[in-house]
Write a protein that binds this ligand. Structure first.
Ligand code: NDP
Ligand code: 2IT
Length: 451
């Protein structure tokens, strides 16, 4: 706790005590607390009004049973979660994750980060997160649909376009959102388009929402590079993962002239010195839902596949690293390798992908570092634009939506940079993001009374 202001130490100790066994949640809270020393010196009322304690305590946590029947007729049980973290700025907003690792602590870390991320967008959205320990891998389309319907049969009573608006995250894309929206509509007998985002364009989705997180991180990272008078042109870039965020990061980086030479999934990584063939990657990962080794097999002897237990994608030398898979996927050791290989910027597409040690190594080496709650905010920001289109019964073109996204990312970047300057830490986007997000939420809560 050495980097934490002494006034904040008892608050952190209490968060750890009352949320025992939730290391990811502790990690997310600790990172924010490390940035708040100067804030409480400037705003003593935040301490007097227990605003920090209140922000660390979710408004509501829902845990429920999800029974469903698999293709062999066997009854299966999963656990569902929705943590409605903070609604000071608007309805709870944040994705649903389907992955066997999902537990309450992971959902709480994601919900906590979401509160500040959503505040940074400047849009009227509170923070929440949810999901299930359901593993979508290897499931048939019918099993996915029955699971999604069962999940929504319980979840629907807690949602509403003015109450709580989920979207996708790991394991939840357009297909799952469609099944959940269908079931919500059936249960409520009303077409409440704004209750879920990430919908297909055909029935109320926003153009550019699918691309938004990856595009947004690329815009954010480009803005960081510009502070050092450089850009993506000709840079070697490594993107981890090969899901929604990774694929559209690769797409945008390539459009800015960067060369993405490696990407991964949980089974391993591929290195393609010619530059990742995006069309082939999408065919394999998005349409056929196959493993990344299939990319190497289809590309032939020029492309290496390395299994996850034999190496890390961060061993591949690059100028820019964009972790876009999952939490704690980039360790201190990986960060030292990146620094040794001359990395100049790291933009977090995933939520909390760098361990605290990795962040320390990168910051000490002077690497530009864009924390997830700022760099990956383009996804949720475009979700808010989807809600706006639904509320006004309008639909925007791809260009209109992407232009708004690009403006939002630039303004998040500038806000983080200005806040870091104001608090005496120029170039420290972690401090800038944590303070700018926190202050917006805390000031709103102060005005709303003891809630
Ligand atoms: P997807 O499910 O589309 O893709 C996830 C990718 O990460 C896959 O390649 C997956 O590999 C890999 N991955 C997931 N878990 C692990 C793990 N435990 N170890 C190694 N690799 C793993 O999810 P998204 O692209 O939507 O999400 C990626 C990250 O971005 C997450 O951290 C998410 O919270 C964050 N994010 C997503 C947003 C969105 O709009 N979708 C918005 C902001 C952040 P495999 O297929 O082998 O599991
Ligand atoms: O982590 C995230 O910001 C998301 N998964 C997207 C949330 C949203 O509501 O669009």
């Amino acid at each position: 706790m050495t980097n934490i202001d002494e006034k904040l130490q008892p608050i952190l100790a209490e968060v750890i005590r009352r949320n025992a066994g939730e290391p990811e949640f502790h990690q997310a809270v600790l990172e924010v607390m490390e940035s708040l020393g100067h804030v409480v010196a400037k705003h003593p009322d935040f301490l007097e009004l227990a605003l920090i304690e209140r922000i660390c305590e979710p408004e509501r946590q829902i845990i429920f049973r999800i029974p469903w029947v698999d293709d062999s007729g066997q009854v299966q049980i999963n656990r569902g979660f929705r943590v409605q973290f903070n609604s000071a700025l608007g309805p709870y907003k944040g994705g649903l994750r389907f992955h066997p690792s999902v537990n309450l602590g992971i959902v709480k870390f994601l919900g906590f980060e979401q509160v500040f991320k959503n505040a940074l967008t400047g849009l009227p959205i509170g923070g929440g997160k949810g999901g299930s320990d359901f593993d979508p891998k290897g499931k048939s389309d019918g099993e996915i649909m029955r699971f999604c319907q069962s999940m929504m049969t319980e979840l629907h009573r807690h949602l509403g376009e003015q109450t709580d608006v989920p979207a996708g995250d790991i394991g939840v894309g357009g297909r799952e959102i469609g099944y959940m929206f269908g079931q919500y509509k059936r249960l409520n007998n009303r077409y409440e388009a704004g209750v879920l985002t990430g919908k297909a364009i055909a029935y109320g989705g926003s153009r550019a929402r699918t691309e938004a997180t990856g595009f947004g991180n690329t815009y954010f990272t480009k803005a960081m590079l510009e502070t050092r008078d450089t850009d993506f042109d000709g840079k070697r870039v490594v993107v981890s993962g090969s899901g929604n965020v990774a694929i559209h990061t690769i797409e945008k980086v390539q459009s800015f002239g960067g060369k993405v030479i490696a990407c991964s999934d949980s089974s391993g990584y591929v290195v393609d010195e010619a530059g990742i063939d995006l069309e082939l990657l999408q065919e394999i990962k998005t349409r056929r839902r196959e493993r990344i080794s299939e990319y190497a097999r289809r590309r032939g002897s020029d492309v290496d596949f390395v299994k996850a237990d034999s190496g890390s994608v961060w061993d591949v030398p690059c100028d820019v690293a964009m972790p876009s898979a999952t939490q704690n996927e980039l360790s201190g050791k990986n960060a030292r390798t990146l620094v040794k290989n001359g990395v100049i910027a790291v933009g977090e597409g995933a939520n909390m992908p760098c361990t605290p040690e990795a962040i320390r190594v990168l910051r000490e080496a002077g690497v530009l570092f864009g924390p997830g709650k700022a760099a990956n905010a383009g996804g949720v920001a475009t979700s808010a634009l989807e809600m706006q289109q639904n509320a006004s019964r309008d639909r925007w073109t791809f260009e209109q939506t992407e232009t708004r996204l690009a403006q939002i990312m630039k303004s998040i970047h500038d806000r983080c940079a200005e806040t870091a300057d104001e608090y005496g830490a120029p170039g420290d986007y972690v401090l800038g993001a944590n303070i700018a997000g926190f202050v917006r939420v805390a000031e709103s809560m102060r005005m709303l009374g003891v809630i």
